[in-house]
Design a protein around this ligand. Structure first.
Ligand SMILES: *Cc1c(COP(=O)(O)O)cnc(C)c1O
Length: 379
């Protein structure tokens, strides 16, 4: 039997193949590979979808974070707050730009940065914070923006995993994640909720000045062609990738619904297994389930991971190592850090296959095997 994959991009492609193939072929004929019209069309479509003023395309989500920090005119040694439990890229850009990453623990419940623990980490050198909306569910943005305003910090949202997720504040007003902080960043890596067929990324902002700077930074700091006001980089979204993205964007809400329906089936099947904690749904964010992530108690996570692999089921540990424990960060940290929730989550999290193409037989097979592992009898 073939291994059940984490994401099913093959069946997703088959459903849109005629239009993708035709548009890609016509791009090959036109040869407008760089800054072709699809790039602009996609950015406009995405700005409309997110109800944000400016969408700046770039080469990938990691570049988006780097460009966001570059736009802030920070000085070496300035401090940037970020969560200790995320993909490496969330903190990598900080160190790359000779800034200091200051790690804050995440909530054991919803995996996102502990807002109540941010303030004690703020110093006179703190200039910005990167908040990550992990696994498809967002942070408490009112609390974050209030903290930022009080301490004059710029807020960068790493929305690589939560594109399409909606935040609802206490007044009942709703906004898309990625459009609430000063700059939002996302990734179109193939397995993301809106993925292309290679690398891609984008930034979001409602600030026209920032948008102009970000656009320029992503294009060698040019103000007009061959006139460079800033040291930037070369970070563009290919026309071929924009074709994929503009075709898939109208389907994003359906993709999210499919992910939510898979999550619902897992939740119902697994909620009574004592050693498992199903994903928590907070009150202010919708959940777009980039990942369906369980907490496996009693130290059995690695054994379950192995058991599933042996039975042809993919599962993944996002993330096994706290960011402050990554080898690469050692030279940047003065003292040993150990944040309790992060430490525990690194031992307990396990993500199951989730994507836009649910297969009921696969789902049944997966939950049966998880229950079998814990020796819980069905029915
Ligand atoms: C995927 C991801 C990124 C990086 O995106 P790339 O396009 O792969 O560079 C950054 N942050 C988070 C949280 C991610 O999941």
């Amino acid at each position: 039997m073939e291994q059940i994959p984490m994401v099913d991009l093959k069946n997703q492609y088959q459903k849109i193949k005629p239009i993708i193939d035709q548009e890609m072929l016509s791009c090959l004929e036109r040869t407008d590979f760089i800054n072709g019209s699809a790039v602009k069309t996609f950015c406009n479509d995405l700005a409309n979808y997110l109800k944000v003023q400016h969408v700046i395309p770039c080469a990938n989500g990691t570049d988006a974070l780097q460009l966001a920090l570059m736009a802030l005119n920070l000085l070496p040694g300035d401090e940037v707050i970020c969560p200790s439990f995320s993909f490496f890229a969330s903190a990598e850009a900080i160190a790359l730009l000779n800034l200091k990453a200051v790690f804050v623990d995440v909530s054991y419940t919803d995996f996102n940065i502990c807002v109540s623990e941010i303030e004690s980490k703020i110093t006179s050198k703190t200039k910005a914070m990167i908040v990550v909306h992990l696994y498809g569910q967002g942070c408490n943005m009112d609390a974050i923006m209030a903290m930022a305003e009080k301490h004059h910090l710029t807020v960068i949202e790493d929305n690589a995993q939560s594109l399409g997720a909606i935040y609802t504040n206490n007044q009942g007003e709703s906004k898309f994640y990625g459009t609430i902080g000063h700059i939002g960043c996302t990734s179109f890596f193939p397995s993301k909720n809106l993925g292309c067929y290679g690398d891609g990324g984008a930034l979001f902002t409602n600030d026209a000045t920032l948008a102009q700077i970000l656009n320029s930074l992503a294009n060698h700091g040019q103000s007009e062609r061959y006139y460079h006001k800033l040291i930037g980089c070369n970070s563009r979204l290919d026309t071929l990738q924009a074709i994929v993205l503009k075709t898939k964007l109208p389907l994003l809400n359906d993709y999210i619904k499919s992910r939510q329906s898979m999550a619902h089936i897992y939740n119902e099947a697994l909620k009574d297994v004592p050693e498992i904690e199903i994903p928590f749904q907070n009150s202010f964010s919708s959940h777009v389930y980039h990942q369906y992530t369980l907490k496996i108690k009693n130290g059995k996570r690695d054994a379950l991971h192995k058991f599933l692999t042996e039975h042809g089921i993919s599962s993944a540990i996002y993330y096994p190592v706290a960011l402050y424990n990554q080898e690469a960060f050692k030279p940047f940290l003065n003292s040993k850090i150990s944040l309790p929730n992060t430490e525990q989550l690194c031992q307990q999290v396990l993500s199951l296959p989730i994507h836009s193409e649910p297969n009921m037989q696969h789902l049944q097979y997966i939950v049966d095997h998880i229950k079998k592992f814990f020796k819980v009898t069905n029915g």
